[in-house]
Ligand binder design. Structure first.
Ligand code: FES
Length: 147
């Protein structure tokens, strides 16, 4: 039963108004729920840096091989080169006789400084930061590689 004071034409307008407010309210509610969900899904924890200490001096071969990197000591300073191939991620090897780094999977080749020479890999190997620590007499005590 309709209200006696209202005209019959007012009901459709009122219904339209309510539906409009429900739509806007629903959109606002969806936005309020989607924002934290989006932030949760997009949140990334940056990994903590890992420090690897290598005692000096290096072997006579002039380099040190770790699981994740090679450490070369050059006249320009120490150089830590990733062992992860930039093609598909295989672990690369250092060929001492040829003085190159080679990937056993598809034979990408790199210089000891990590520069790409040939092969399917398109990028150079990643370089890591190396800090040289000295003793009180100024001799190199060890190298700290930050991964
Ligand atoms: S994974 Fe190293 S060349 Fe393909």
């Amino acid at each position: 039963m309709s209200c006696p004071n209202r005209s019959p034409a007012a009901d459709p307008q009122r219904r339209k108004f309510l539906v409009s407010w429900l739509r806007w309210g629903g959109a606002l509610l969806a936005g309020c729920l989607a924002w934290p969900l989006t932030r949760f899904l997009a949140f990334r924890v940056t990994p903590k840096p890992r420090y690897v200490t290598i005692a000096a001096p290096l072997p006579l071969s002039g380099y040190h091989a770790e699981r994740d990197f090679f450490l070369f000591v050059t006249p320009d300073g120490p150089l830590a080169v990733s062992r992860k191939c930039t093609h598909l991620g295989c672990r690369v090897n250092y060929l001492e006789d040829k003085k190159i780094i080679e990937c056993p999977c598809h034979q990408s080749r790199f210089t000891p400084a990590g520069k790409r020479i040939s092969g399917p890999a398109k990028k150079d190997l990643t370089l890591y930061a190396v800090a040289t620590r000295t003793d009180e007499e100024g001799r190199t005590r060890d190298y700290v590689v930050t991964l």
